[in-house]
Design a protein around this ligand. Structure first.
Ligand code: SAM
Length: 284
């Protein structure tokens, strides 16, 4: 098994690899955590897994063993030789040496099209946690569940509630698209090299809630806009982003029971949707 400290160090030495900070490389070396991820994700022979950033393959090996197929994107070509060689006994593996953020996800996911259930699992490169989650969630893509290792503070932010300082546009997107929870903590000692912070594994399950929104893309842009300047009020953020008169908003807020000086982080998903609909989609 790749995921223990001795074996990981052996592989790093054998292929003369040094972890690159610029690619957010921290390798999992705790077999218990690998098992816990596999258990939480309910892997089975009908599950197709998308993995982002397999690294030297500790998690990938577990995923390949317990699921139908794995499709993995790895940006660092140094790992391609390692993965192809260390995981050569698996025929249910497609490895792409590509930047996940630039990849055409819809066409690449064809590889998993014959799997009954498709999930995404990743020990996420911390420097692009948000863009990866946005790319996966914004559009329908057949992926129903997501299991991500993230920094503890990030996990808390992603699952936070209105009224907390952590609550922001990504939290709202996650609430809109998924049911999200923190599954378990992971100590910083579970990685080589050891990061400065602890981590958590979060689980997201896609869901559809009908908030009466017609143009979802516009709604998601609105969510971005109202959190763009956190020190400003909701009102000022809206005025900044859109060509709207003060009067338009002054008419709408009281009808929805929203105070004129409210800040976006005080609003729950339903309230944000109501404000959006009243401004942009209500019959005039
Ligand atoms: N999965 C391995 C593990 O758990 O030990 C490595 C996880 S490490 C935190 C993140 C991995 O993501 C690295 O292998 C890194 O090279 C890769 N990565 C970073 N940016 C990427 C990108 N834009 N697209 C694909 N992979 C990326």
């Amino acid at each position: 098994m790749i995921g223990n400290s001795k074996k990981t160090q052996m592989i790093l030495d054998k292929y003369d690899i040094r972890a690159k900070k610029s690619f957010g490389q921290n390798f999992l070396i705790d077999e218990n955590i690998l098992k816990k991820i596999a258990l939480s994700a309910n892997l089975n022979q009908e599950t197709g897994v998308l993995e982002i950033g397999p690294g030297i393959g500790a998690l990938t090996e577990v995923l390949l063993t317990h699921s139908q197929k794995v499709l993995a994107f790895e940006i660092d070509w140094n790992f391609i030789e390692v993965l192809n060689s260390e995981l050569k006994s698996f025929s249910n593996f497609k490895l792409l040496n590509k930047d996940f953020l630039k990849a055409d996800l819809a066409s690449e996911l064809d590889y998993l099209a014959d799997c009954k259930r498709i999930i995404a699992v990743s020990n996420l490169p911390y420097y692009i946690t948000s863009p990866i989650i946005i790319k996966l969630l914004e559009n329908e893509n057949g992926i129903e569940e997501f299991y991500f290792m993230v920094q503890k503070e990030v996990g808390e932010r992603l699952t936070s509630e209105p009224g907390t300082k952590d609550y922001g546009s990504l939290t709202v997107l996650i609430k809109y698209k998924t049911e999200a929870r923190i599954l378990f903590p992971v100590s910083r000692n579970s990685f080589i090299p050891k990061p400065n912070v602890d981590s958590v594994v979060i689980g997201l399950r896609r869901r559809k809630i009908d908030l009466g929104i017609k143009n979802e893309a516009n709604f998601l842009k609105f969510v971005q806009a109202i959190f763009s300047q956190r020190r400003k009020t909701l009102y000022n953020n809206i005025m900044n982003a859109y060509q709207i008169t003060r009067k338009d908003i002054e008419d709408i807020f009281p009808k929805l029971g929203v105070k004129p000086d409210v800040r976006s982080e005080a609003l729950n998903l339903k309230q944000i949707a109501q404000i959006y609909i009243s401004i942009f989609e209500a019959p005039k």
